[in-house]
Write a protein that binds this ligand. Structure first.
Ligand SMILES: Nc1nc2c(ncn2[C@@H]2O[C@@H]3COP(=O)(O)O[C@H]4[C@@H](O)[C@H](n5cnc6c(=O)[nH]c(N)nc65)O[C@@H]4COP(=O)(O)O[C@H]3[C@H]2O)c(=O)[nH]1
Length: 868
């Protein structure tokens, strides 16, 4: 068996086939692994896309379905289960629920009112328990007491739609009795349009959305971008009322790049062929040499034809090929090799490497010759070679193979060197893409994990600490939204260049994506970490010049320390993230260490964030109103609307706690819109009820203020409610306006052109520059309650209040003091010419019934204002 194998391996063609098959199989396996890895990455990316679109579709669907809660509220206000002016009311509220095309009221399940009536007349009198296509959901809604969703089904108005049905129960004899339904018909195409699902086409992704039909149990396609079946798609399922929807996405061109795959296979084929060819050459060389030897013995001085052919062949190969005897003396070399030493073959043969290169390099070559001879098999190494002939410098892969005669006597070493400079550069490029952020060239998430794993092992061994700093820019989204992503990207690059020099060699600065950066400081103390956080914050807040803008950005930093705040990467990152969240809540531009208190807090924040998503539709939000009093005559000149959240399990939650959560989770836009609409509607009602003219002030969060469509939204609401604009006042914190003053001026101009009044809340606590204040279209300055609180004991606060009042007068602005609790505070404000006041001294914020009672008895306030 062994003998046969030997005989075969002396045949160059057998060697060619064996080497080709082996090398090709190995290369194909590696290529396949690489391809699988790339496909996995692509799938992970598509999974995130599927999750995002699912969230948007669900968000739009929930918003449309929440119209049924509005109908429920209207029903509760209209006794007898009949809504008067239903068509007009529906016309007003429908624009707030994109996708909803019809609203219906169905006492005992029989539709009695529909809006709009035109085109939907047929629905009147329809018994929802008997309608074949959707009666199942009607029974389900009545039995479960929950909102149900029917469809997709064909709409009588044309197109495909969904029907959301909310059962209403009335309380009789201390028991809940089914009263009927309120329903909303939703055009499904609008839901998908709002979620911008068609953008997937531009990303060359095919998609399909389906559900399992409750009756047939078969897959019902809701939406599909293609008729052909998706290839091994990524699937994401999400809940809708009484069911689930599934979105499947796959790339049009298939996973991974088939073209790249084929190119690699082709390269592997070529490489395997070359390798096999070389192996064949080596065997032929050996055979030739043996033949030569015998010929030399037989015919002295006569050149062999075979040797000449062999020489021609070797010289045609671009790789360097040479043969040395066991002492390192050259026996022959090809033309390519001559280039290396800048000498002809006859000048090289008979000499050693020591005759051509420095001692160190010659030693290196010799060592590898010896390793190959000792190993008795081919040995591979990589080396940098400089060519004497033309100065070329490159990376070479060298294979040294010991050569034996037929008696197993060592004849020498055959060397073959191949230039792999370009291949290595390509490999490095691929590696860079995999491990580094393309924008900032900083280590990415993957590389960061590797480094932290490595650093953790070292600090663990040396019994030291390691700090993880999570850096997140404050309100970075506003920069992207207002100045564009290109400016946002440039800013990230500039800031990262600023931060890098502050770190030591052993530290790591990484970009996680978006505006999130992570710094790893191995072997540091708590004080070192705090010191570094301060330095990073200072470096970030230095003004940055971008294009024509000069921007000031700040950041918040959360710090977690190994081993106290986590023994592994994931726990440490979670802790640093939670600490960073708290730093943001604490006014931003600061840093926080992780504590056990944060641990329990972050769990609460998560629960609140989740519960807040349903607070609006479940009617848990309400507004309280606090009167604002003119100090000259004691009249109520306005009210401030303050939001309240009463959760069935958590109880009353302060806006101080949940507004930042709403801002961070993006829910503030919906909540803020609800506050403005509710406050404006209430004020219009009070006007219609004959209460004296006054304004209603609503708080605007910085996120709302910097949102692109703010002034359009405000106009829509006041037009919708028919409230004269000057009765609506918007309170904006000083810091929100100062974040991006140029954009603030533009937005304020738009709002004031519409006649809406603006006041600066918490005035005195921020950093308003006077030059900007002059440009701000502001009507009123609201003196922060922290100054009013200590008027009686702190002379500095008294001075600040006097200065703000004087500043207001000089700029022609009204001043209002908030948090007035005592008569002394009131007297001081009157003496110094403050225009208005608000606070517990006059009244706490009151619910609608109580504030209406107070508005009917204004003498209570008058007496308090005039008492001596
Ligand atoms: N100690 C003391 N406090 C007084 C007195 N008079 C009024 N207050 C309280 O001071 C806060 C004044 O509102 P703010 O400065 O705008 O501060 C508000 C505002 O920044 C925010 N907020 C409230 N409602 C909304 C809203 O609808 N949207 C937004 N974005 N923020 C809101 O939450 C903050 C806190 O709201 P509240 O808890 O309702 O607290 C209110 C009010 O109840 C007093 O004499 N003494």
């Amino acid at each position: 068996m062994n003998r046969t194998a030997r005989v075969h391996l002396r045949d160059p063609r057998t060697v060619l086939v064996v080497v080709f098959v082996l090398s090709f199989v190995l290369l194909i396996l590696s290529i396949y692994n690489l391809h699988t890895l790339e496909s996995e990455k692509e799938r992970a990316k598509v999974y995130t896309i599927a999750a995002n679109y699912s969230y948007d579709i669900k968000f739009n669907l929930d918003r449309a379905l929440s119209s049924t809660y509005t109908l429920q509220a209207l029903l509760t206000q209209n006794d007898g289960g009949f809504i008067r002016n239903f068509e007009e009311i529906a016309e007003e509220i429908l624009p707030s629920y994109p996708g909803v095309i019809e609203l219906a009221i169905a006492p005992r399940g029989i539709i009695q009112q529909v809006a709009p009536l035109q085109g939907n007349e047929k629905a009147l009198g329809l018994n929802l328990f008997e309608a074949k296509t959707q009666n199942k959901e009607s029974f389900l809604a009545r039995e479960s007491g929950k909102l149900t969703l029917a469809g997709p089904l064909d709409l009588t108005q044309g197109g495909i739609g969904l029907v959301g049905r909310l059962p209403i129960f009335e309380d009789r004899d201390n028991k809940e009795h089914f009263w009927g339904f309120v329903a909303a018909v939703i055009r499904i195409s609008e839901i998908f349009d709002n979620a911008k699902i068609a953008q997937l086409d531009q990303e060359e992704l095919m998609y399909e959305m389906w559900r399992i039909h409750p009756d047939s149990k078969e897959k019902q396609i809701i939406l599909s971008s293609t008729r052909t079946p998706l290839i091994d798609p990524v699937v994401y399922t999400f809940d809708v009322p009484n069911g689930t929807w599934t979105i499947a996405i796959s790339p049009e061109k298939g996973w991974g790049s088939p073209v790249l795959f084929m190119a690699r296979v082709l390269m592997a084929l070529m490489f395997a062929l070359m390798l096999a060819y070389m192996a064949k050459l080596v065997v032929e060389l050996k055979i030739t040499k043996v033949a030569l030897e015998s010929q030399v013995l037989q015919t002295t001085g006569e050149k062999n034809v075979l040797a000449r052919q062999f020489e021609v062949l070797l010289n045609a190969i671009p790789d360097l090929i040479w043969l040395k005897d066991p002492n390192g003396i050259y026996l022959f070399c090809n033309k390519a090799f001559e280039r290396l030493y800048g000498a002809k073959e006859h000048e090289i043969v008979g000499k050693s490497d020591y005759d051509f290169v420095n001692f160190q390099l010659a030693d290196f070559f010799r060592t590898h010759d010896i390793i190959a001879m000792d190993a008795k098999e081919p040995v591979r190494n990589e080396e940098e070679l400089s060519f004497k002939e033309d100065g070329y410098n490159g990376l070479f892969e060298t294979i040294k193979t010991p050569v034996f005669d037929k008696n197993s006597e060592l004849l020498g070493v055959l060397g073959v060197s191949r230039d792999i400079t370009a291949r290595r550069e390509d490999e490095e490029k691929i590696q860079k893409l995999e491990y580094f952020d393309p924008l900032t060239s900083l280590p990415n998430k993957l590389q960061l994990r590797l480094r932290v794993e490595h650093d953790l092992k070292i600090v663990q061994h040396q019994n030291e600490q390691l700090a993880v700093l999570f850096i997140d820019f404050d309100h970075f989204k506003n920069i992207n939204d207002t100045l564009g992503h290109a400016i946002g990207d440039e800013l990230l690059v500039k800031v990262s260049k600023r931060l890098k020099p502050l770190l030591r060699q052993v530290d790591t600065l990484s970009r996680q994506g978006g505006d999130e950066f992570v710094v790893i400081l191995p072997g540091v103390s708590v004080d070192d970490a705090a010191h570094m956080a301060k330095r990073l914050l200072q470096a970030i807040e230095q003004p940055i010049k971008l294009d024509t803008n000069e921007l000031i950005v700040t950041a918040s930093i959360g710090i977690a320390l190994y081993p106290n705040d986590g023994a592994d990467i994931d726990t440490l990152f979670k802790s640093a993230d939670a600490a960073m969240y708290l730093a943001k809540q604490n006014g931003r531009n600061n840093y926080r260490f992780f504590t056990s208190e944060i641990q329990s807090r972050s769990a609460r924040i998560l629960s609140l964030e989740n519960a807040l998503r349903y607070a609006h539709t479940r009617g848990e939000l309400s507004l309280h109103y606090q009167p604002q009093i003119s100090l000259s005559d004691g009249k109520i000149v306005g009210v401030e609307a303050l939001i309240r959240w009463n959760h069935p399990d958590f109880g009353m939650i302060s806006p101080v706690e949940f507004i930042p959560i709403a801002e961070e989770s993006g829910q503030i836009l919906l909540i803020g819109e609800w506050v403005m609409r509710t406050a404006a509607t209430r004020m219009k009602q009070w006007m219609d009820m004959g209460f004296p003219a006054m304004s209603v002030a609503v708080n605007l969060s910085a996120v709302q203020f910097h949102h692109a469509h703010l002034s359009k939204l405000v106009s829509t609401i006041i037009d919708e409610v028919k409230l004269p604009p000057w009765f609506l006042e918007i309170e904006l914190t000083e810091s929100a306006a100062a974040q991006n003053p140029l954009h603030a001026i533009e937005t304020m101009n738009e709002l004031s052109e519409k006649g809406i009044r603006l006041s600066i809340d918490d005035f005195g606590t921020g950093y308003s520059s006077l030059s900007y204040l002059k440009c701000f279209k502001v009507y009123k300055l609201k003196i922060d309650q922290s100054f009013i609180r200590d008027i009686g004991i702190d002379p500095e606060d008294r001075e600040i209040v006097k200065i703000i009042i004087a500043l207001g007068k000089s700029l022609g602005l009204k001043t209002i003091a908030e948090g007035v609790e005592t008569k002394e505070q009131l007297d001081f404000l009157k003496e110094n010419g403050c225009d208005e006041a608000q606070g517990y001294y006059f009244s706490e914020p009151l619910n609608v019934t109580d504030i209406e009672a107070l508005l009917r008895a204004p003498e209570i306030i008058l007496r308090k204002n005039n008492s001596n």
